[in-house]
Design a protein around this ligand. Structure first.
Ligand SMILES: Cc1cc2nc3c(=O)[nH]c(=O)nc-3n(C[C@H](O)[C@H](O)[C@H](O)COP(=O)(O)OP(=O)(O)OC[C@H]3O[C@@H](n4cnc5c(N)ncnc54)[C@H](O)[C@@H]3O)c2cc1C
Length: 435
């Protein structure tokens, strides 16, 4: 099920096994309900971000959808993978409220209060009665989700955007230390993505405009990029949502917190209800990054979870950047300040037909998994072909988590028919060579 791309390492196990099929759920695309007052919808798996956004816009429903950087794909698929975005509802799994799931034995279950045949509160209350199972179907291969309750954000009266670019690599340290408490206390209502300079170049140009060599981009090319696009080493926008008076008070609190560290001022823009625009709109603009090297462009992303502390993030940035340089890959990094934790999304761009670059990229990915694990950091989500390696880094008590996952897998899916190997969870019949 849903094994969309061939997994080089696990190919023999996943797709070469007789009877493997890809389950295409795109025709299960009904938006079953949208409730404006209680700010939720009920969705099937084939509903994409574009579909749901269009439905809300065309029906003038004042609810906002949180959309990933690349806006294609299924709302449910992204939430089940723990996708995220930079909005107050940006941790998409957290918006799931109750599921309908087909189990590998063909049974159909509903979770949360949806487990009542005549439930009136399925999309309203997450826990239900007894154990909560929704997380069990996220990043797993335990069932096929056919419906979810999904929370949406009420349109706010106003927004206020604050953008800033900072000139030095080490600015990320104080920046994280300033933003983290503001995020935890709720002054900043969403995860803040701080992107390095490369994002402006990869969406707007190709590498050979800047540098032709096999080594990573040299500092002088980086300086030219920052100058041409008028961006800092690190760049971010944060948005305040709510009543304009409250937004202005929060703006001042944020500016006061920044004042000891920089003399630069935020670029500010405002939106008020009734004006054009406002709210996230799906776009595939971000996909342009895969054209950086030309040819058949592709990307990998390695995204470990760090403590939301400046010193830890600075250390991570320097260690990872050095690895990119050793591999001759261009360092593309975003730090998401999420409160207690930060997520470091490291993008690796390559051309599938450039054998040297593919090899160096794969080597880089492997070393980043190992470095992060040695530092005590695991990844929040990964590509099919890296799931075994990432799962192996969750190694407490001789891989106790994998044992638990596989025990559950064997119980729910004794024939091992559903997405074998997803998240490093192999059914019994496939794991003969596993310790
Ligand atoms: C340039 C770029 C930028 C991106 N930016 C972001 C970003 O900012 N944030 C972000 O979150 N993602 C981002 N992505 C990733 C990507 O766009 C999304 O994750 C996308 O939403 C995947 O959609 P899909 O429909 O193909 O998912 P699928 O591949 O269909 O689903 C993902 C996985 O979820 C599981 N799944 C899906 N449906 C079901 C189901 N019904 N039942 C059980 N399991 C299921 C399966 O295991 C499947 O492999 C980016 C990608 C690119 C290329």
């Amino acid at each position: 099920m849903i094994q969309k791309s061939i997994n080089s390492r696990s190919k023999a196990k996943i797709l070469a096994s007789p009877g493997s099929v890809i389950l295409d759920m795109s025709r299960m695309n009904r938006i079953l309900e949208v409730n404006t007052d209680l700010a939720y919808c009920m969705l099937e798996p084939g509903v994409g971000f574009y579909d749901l956004h269009e439905h809300l816009a065309q029906n003038r429903i004042p609810l906002w959808l949180s959309i990933p950087g690349n806006g294609w794909g299924s709302v449910m698929g992204n939430a089940l993978e723990r996708g995220f975005s930079r909005t107050p509802y940006g941790e998409h799994t957290n918006s799931i409220c109750g599921m309908e799931v087909v189990l590998p034995n063909g049974d159909l279950v509903r979770t949360s209060t949806g487990a009542m045949a005549n439930s009136k509160s399925w999309p309203l209350f997450k826990a239900g009665f007894g154990p909560g199972w929704d997380q069990m179907f996220c990043q797993s291969n335990f069932g096929i989700v056919t419906k979810i309750g999904f929370w949406l954000m009420p349109e706010p009266p106003a927004t206020l955007n604050m953008s800033l670019g900072l000139p030095n690599v080490d600015d990320i340290g104080w920046l994280v230390d300033v933003l983290t408490p503001l995020r935890i206390s709720g002054v900043i209502p969403h995860n803040v993505g701080i992107a390095n300079y490369l994002g402006s170049a990869t969406t707007a140009s190709q590498r050979n405009e800047w540098f032709e060599g096999e080594a990573a981009l040299p500092d002088e090319a980086i300086a030219r990029i920052m100058q041409r696009y008028n961006v800092g080493w690190w760049n971010f926008t944060l948005t305040l949502y709510g009543h304009p008076e409250v937004n202005e008070i929060h703006r001042k609190i944020i500016e006061d917190a920044f004042r000891p560290h920089t003399s630069q001022n935020f670029r500010i823009s405002r939106w008020n209800k009734g004006e054009p625009g406002g709210g996230p709109v799906p776009s595939v603009f971000a996909l342009r990054v895969v054209n950086w090297h030309g040819g058949r462009g592709a990307h990998l992303g390695f995204s470990p979870i760090l403590p939301g502390k400046g010193a830890a993030v600075v250390e991570q940035v320097h260690r990872t950047r050095a690895r990119y340089r050793e591999s001759g890959c261009d360092y593309s990094s975003t730090i998401y300040v999420c409160g207690r934790h930060a997520i470091n999304v490291n993008l690796m761009l390559y051309d599938k037909d450039n054998a040297s670059l593919v090899e160096r990229t794969n080597r880089l990915f492997a070393v980043l998994v190992a470095d992060a694990a040695a530092a005590g950091y695991g990844e929040y989500r990964t590509h099919l072909e890296w799931m075994d390696e990432v799962a192996a880094s969750f190694d407490f008590n001789g891989q106790a988590l994998r044992r638990l996952n596989q025990q559950v897998k064997d119980t729910l899916d004794p024939n091992g028919i559903l997405a074998p190997g997803k998240s490093g969870i192999w059914p019994q019949r496939f794991r003969k060579d596993q310790p």
